[in-house]
Design a protein around this ligand. Structure first.
Ligand SMILES: CC(C)(COP(=O)(O)OP(=O)(O)OC[C@H]1O[C@@H](n2cnc3c(N)ncnc32)[C@H](O)[C@@H]1OP(=O)(O)O)[C@@H](O)C(=O)NCCC(=O)NCCS
Length: 403
């Protein structure tokens, strides 16, 4: 069936709306925001670059993408196609349509100069086959504010509440992060448009506070309260943290510290923290935090291995043999080292596929663990130890946003 399929770019707002509708139809559980707020939906869709798959009956599959950037270890950023709205009509699944769309999208993105593609997966079994690898993970933290106390040193700086709809300010602060974790994304217009749509149609109150001098803020916290049958007498009044950006340790401590000053609250939930989030170190009683829901976060697909590997520096040299069945220009032996990155004749010290490279490069996994899981092949423990040191990142990768 997939041979009768034509794939082409969808242009103009009408086709974009049609693509989004098909995606929602495939997802089943998503609300139709366009019905209540067509203008908001238009703002959200307008910069997307959807591809459509057409069969004899018309549009049967879609995949969309937005231009953004992702931070690599060391803090530089490279271009990132934020892939989203992957959907195939319910009557047309399991015929290879998503495979055609996703591989076509990768080839086009590489030709357009994107260094990586990245997405959040509704199902973690789908994307590995196209060369996406898990480049960051998240964990859910539930903080018992009634039991926990912040360590005494924190919370010196001031916070101030700001209008929750002041997205220009949040955007300015997020984009100015001077030391982004690996895998942190520059958020694009449509991402902010979706935040506004969600806020405009939210059923519970939302709040935002910032820290740092006015005009030179160094962090913000956005949260909402959990729906409750009777907030007044509830014994589990909960704040759910939607977004937390802090440029430095003091800002982070101040913003978290604010939650402890709200006596009305019993709990705070951080749905998708970095796996090495230091919250457990901030509180005097680490058992006041319940950890759950360890989940894959960033799925990243290197599109241009030479440019990606060159975006950070290396203390030592290593020679890697990379397999990439979809983009042959990436495949083969690469030498990385203090002098830069270049093609090599080999022999390679380690063999891995393109998705595993994403996990290794962003620091989501060490070479030793990847080897133990059979994902990376290296001849000796000494080589693995060297690769562990070479790709180690101070902090684990984390994006902190979904899309
Ligand atoms: C996921 C989805 C896009 C797959 O579309 P599709 O056209 O059926 O996919 P394909 O026929 O190209 O299948 C690709 C491969 O993935 C496998 N696959 C597809 N859906 C899968 C699923 N939900 N779980 C596990 N494997 C799946 C297929 O078996 C096939 O494997 P193979 O290449 O080894 O034969 C489609 O089921 C869909 O629209 N689902 C709902 C929306 C959704 O979840 N989108 C993803 C948002 S991130």
């Amino acid at each position: 069936m997939s041979n009768d399929i034509e794939i082409r770019r969808l242009d103009g707002l009408n086709e974009q709306r049609r693509a989004f509708e098909l995606f929602r139809q495939a997802m089943l559980g998503l609300p139709d925001l366009g019905k209540v707020d067509p203008e908001g939906e238009g703002r959200y869709l307008k910069d997307g670059k959807p591809l459509g798959a057409f069969g004899p009956s018309g549009l049967v599959g879609v995949v969309n993408g937005y231009a953004s950037q992702i931070a690599v270890p060391g803090g530089r950023r490279v271009s990132h196609l934020s892939v989203t709205h992957v959907g195939v009509a319910p009557q047309a699944t399991r015929q290879g349509i998503a495979s055609r769309l996703l591989t076509e999208q990768l080839r086009r993105a590489r030709a357009e100069g994107y260094v990586v593609a990245g997405l959040r997966a509704s199902d973690s079994r789908i994307y590995g086959r196209y060369g996406y690898g898990t480049a960051s993970w998240t964990v859910r933290q539930e903080l018992d504010l009634a039991c926990a106390r912040p360590a005494p040193s924190q919370g010196q700086a001031k916070t101030r509440f700001v209008d929750i709809g002041n997205f220009d300010l949040f955007r300015k602060i997020a984009d100015a992060d001077p030391a982004p974790r690996p895998a942190q994304l520059i958020r694009w217009d449509a991402w902010w448009a979706m935040q506004r749509l969600r806020l405009d149609h939210a059923s519970t109150p939302h709040y935002a506070l910032v820290t740092g001098p006015e005009g030179a803020e160094t962090g913000f916290l956005r949260f909402h309260t959990e729906a409750s049958d009777n907030w007044l007498i509830s014994r589990s009044r909960t704040a759910i943290v939607d977004d937390l950006v802090a440029h430095d340790a003091a800002s982070w401590q101040t913003l978290i510290g604010h939650l402890f000053t709200q006596d009305i609250l019993h709990r705070a939930i951080f749905p998708a923290s970095a796996v090495d989030d230091p919250l457990r170190l901030l509180v005097s009683d680490p058992r006041s935090i319940t950890f759950s829901g360890l989940r894959d976060e960033s799925w990243v697909r290197p599109l241009d291995v030479g440019v990606l590997l060159s975006a950070r520096s290396y203390r030592e040299a290593a020679v890697l043999d990379i397999a990439d069945p979809v983009i042959p220009e990436n495949a083969g032996v690469w030498r990385i080292g203090p002098e830069g990155v270049r093609r090599d004749q080999g022999p390679a010290e380690a063999r891995l596929d393109i998705g595993t490279l994403a996990a290794l490069f962003f620091g989501a996994q060490t070479a030793s663990l990847l080897s133990q899981a059979g994902k990376l092949h290296a001849p000796s423990p000494e080589t693995l130890e060297r690769l562990d040191a070479l790709f180690s990142t101070g902090r684990l990768p984390h994006s902190g946003i979904s899309f």
